[in-house]
Design a protein around this ligand. Structure first.
Ligand code: ARG
Length: 468
């Protein structure tokens, strides 16, 4: 950062006309956003090109100047891409850095670009374009994670594991069914993403500072050139609205919360105490002091990054709260939380896909655990209702006595003999024993969306149709 462009009094050349002295260094520091908003450079150049083209088409600026502006903006884009652009703090932000460079390159014609425009509608347009691209990338990454989950679900449609409530063994389920739960969550995340992409897709360009402009601009044309569905309807709202960023952050916060739950399960399942899965070497780390350790650091970091993502949502909500219309410089604080969120969400989604695709499943450990914790007690209660016509509450009570007996004998429910069961309820027959095995229990839950392997295979087929 160097070369402070100043007028004779040392004031900023972009807006310093009425100033008699240069800004304080601290003013420059607190004001400068170019260190982070340079990430908007491609969007800024694209939007400026569309604006210049419209100004020429409307006869507002001469075609010759328009041509110079287009060529100059293209060269600036290349300079930035090749790391040859000297960003200057004194020029505050990406918008004024680009415009000042354009003036260096093409002279006075550059001054015509800002006709019928303000940085207020400019930044709102650039930022919408950036968020729109970020949403499209997230959608792809979410689809990739769904694909990884669906593939593993298909392979493990019949792999029995304990299903949990309160993290206590509840009823046996299949691993494929459990993974498909995350496919549903990601499907809703993608639905929220698509909703917010629709509302985002209106073009603020031409709202100018806040009130519109006296120049005969064509906002429909600018909107169309930038791939927006239509221009925004109210110029004041156009420059003061950041709902598109908030909605994107809210979507990301919910998605990150989902990923943190998956990450937490990977941590639990890969622990020595559970040992249901083994994360690949590629997604595990060792300890520098304990040679036996395999740590699930990637999963832990996915779990942790949820904190900064939901923090970003709260940060921007707090920036926007109570801001009088229309634009205020407070809104410059909108960008870092959004950039950080999409960087974090992206690495979390990609790391989750990698962990899911690579993990090894210990089906025996899962099956052994599935039989523990008397997880088929509900099966026995259902059998008593179905076969003996017992009211469910009574069946629940009888089954409770059976569980107590198994506890006293320190055995699993499917290890009790018929005689032991009949000592509790004489009408129980050998047929009931079948329902005490976790595999049988799982196969019997074939209701729509249930855990039976037949259902899981059907839901895998439907998920591919719905999401991939
Ligand atoms: N860097 C500013 C931002 O991000 C651009 C808009 C500045 N507008 C203004 N009136 N000072 O919000």
């Amino acid at each position: 950062m160097s070369g402070n462009p100043k007028n004779a009094q040392g004031a900023n050349t972009m807006w310093g006309g009425r100033f008699e002295s240069a800004p304080d260094d601290l003013m420059t520091q607190i004001n400068a956003s170019v260190d982070f908003d340079r990430r908007l450079y491609a969007q800024d150049i694209t939007a400026s090109k569309a604006h210049a083209e419209m100004l020429v088409a409307q006869g507002i600026i001469p075609a010759e100047d328009g041509g110079k502006i287009q060529a100059g903006l293209d060269s600036i884009g290349e300079e930035i891409e090749h790391g040859k652009f000297a960003f200057k703090h004194e020029l505050e932000d990406i918008h004024m850095n680009v415009e000042a460079r354009l003036t260096e390159m093409i002279g006075a014609a550059a001054g015509r670009l800002h006709t019928a425009r303000s940085r207020n509608d400019q930044v709102a347009t650039d930022f919408r374009l950036w968020v729109r691209d970020a949403l499209a990338r997230s959608d792809d990454e979410m689809r990739d994670l769904q694909a990884a989950l669906i593939n593993r679900a298909e392979a493990h449609a019949a792999t029995v594991m304990p299903g949990f409530t309160h993290l206590q063994s509840a009823q046996p389920v299949t691993f494929g069914h459990h993974l498909l739960a995350y496919v549903e969550m990601l499907g809703r995340d993608r639905g929220r993403l698509a909703d917010c992409a629709v509302r985002l897709n209106e073009c603020p360009l031409g709202a100018a500072a806040l009130a519109g402009t006296s120049f005969p601009i064509d906002r429909q044309a600018s909107a169309k050139a930038l791939g927006f569905d239509r221009p925004t309807a109210n110029s004041i709202d156009s420059v003061s609205d950041r709902d598109f960023a908030l909605e994107a952050l809210a979507m990301a916060a919910i998605a990150a919360m989902h990923l943190s739950r998956l990450a937490e399960e990977l941590v639990i399942w890969s622990s020595a105490q559970f040992a249901f899965i083994r994360l690949s070497d590629g997604f595990s780390t060792g300890s520098s002091i304990m040679p036996q350790k395999r740590n699930p650091d990637a999963a832990e970091l996915v779990r942790a990054k949820t904190g900064r993502i939901s923090g970003s949502l709260v940060a921007l909500l707090t920036v926007m709260k109570g801001l009088a219309l229309s634009y205020a410089k407070d809104m410059q604080e909108d960008k870092e939380p959004v950039f950080d969120t999409f960087d974090s969400l992206s690495i979390c989604l990609r790391a989750s896909s990698g962990m899911i695709a690579d993990l090894e499943v210990d089906a025996e450990a899962m099956a052994a655990a599935a039989g523990g914790g008397h997880s088929t007690a509900t099966e026995l209660a259902d059998w008593l209702v179905r076969e003996l016509g017992m009211p469910f509450r009574e069946a629940h009570h009888v089954t409770g006595s059976v569980v107590r007996a198994a506890d006293q004998l320190a055995c699993r429910l499917d290890e009790l003999s018929l005689a032991q069961l009949q000592a509790i309820e004489p009408r129980i027959t050998a047929a009931a024993l079948d329902f005490l095995s976790p595999t049988q229990a799982v196969e019997s839950r074939a209701s729509y969306g249930g855990t039976a392997p037949t259902q899981v295979r059907e839901q895998v087929r439907l998920a591919r149709e719905r999401f991939l």
